[in-house]
Design a protein around this ligand. Structure first.
Ligand SMILES: [Zn+2]
Length: 187
């Protein structure tokens, strides 16, 4: 039923593999993918254990723009042309983000890391430097200026609990990074 999807994703992976550069490194963080036609999403990481080498990703090719690889509305002010390929890049970037969060590169295990090798290199870096983040689920919010606690201080993934410090929402930094990467992937 989803042969066309397999063919299409295969083409994307093959093209990335052929260029053997940064894009291939990012997409290689996807170890396995599966299909779920029921969810209200285009793609998502199956689990979020930090610091693994490979991640499972689920795609929902039922969504209309997916079927034609058409364009979809910008999110976080980032264009989404060719939304099937864009989503592959986006989810591949999420897998890459999580793979960087090893104990050596993310001592406080909050998903913000010390070193990001493949650009963009600052959205989910663990520092106090202000940066743009965004909430992709809020249609009214585009980009927000945000500040994390820096290395050695845990930042919450979502909204911080009552006993937690900081602004939280590491997830918004990860989303911003993934949308920016997918809009202009390395070649
Ligand atoms: Zn995402």
């Amino acid at each position: 039923m989803y042969d066309w999807f397999q063919t299409w994703t295969n083409d994307v992976f093959q093209a990335a593999h052929g260029n053997n550069g940064s894009l291939n490194t990012v997409l290689s963080s996807i170890g396995h993918y599966s299909i779920d036609a029921g969810g209200d999403y285009l793609g998502q990481l199956a689990a979020h254990l930090l610091g693994q080498q490979k991640y499972d990703v689920t795609f929902n090719p039922f969504a209309a723009p997916f079927r034609t690889n058409g364009d979809d509305l910008p999110i976080c002010m980032q264009p989404r042309t060719g939304v099937l390929v864009n989503t592959l890049y986006h989810e591949g970037r999420h897998a890459y983000q999580a793979s960087l969060a090893t104990l050596a590169n993310d001592e406080d295990q909050d998903g913000l890391v010390n070193v990001i090798q493949i650009a963009p290199t600052f959205f989910f870096q663990d520092s106090k430097d202000p940066r743009a983040v965004c909430n992709p689920l809020d249609p009214d919010v585009v980009q927000i200026n945000w500040q994390f606690l820096g290395p050695g201080n845990f930042d919450a993934f979502g909204a911080p609990a009552a006993n937690q410090q900081g602004l939280g929402h590491v997830d918004w930094a990860l989303e911003m990074d993934a949308y920016v990467f997918a809009a202009a992937p390395p070649r």
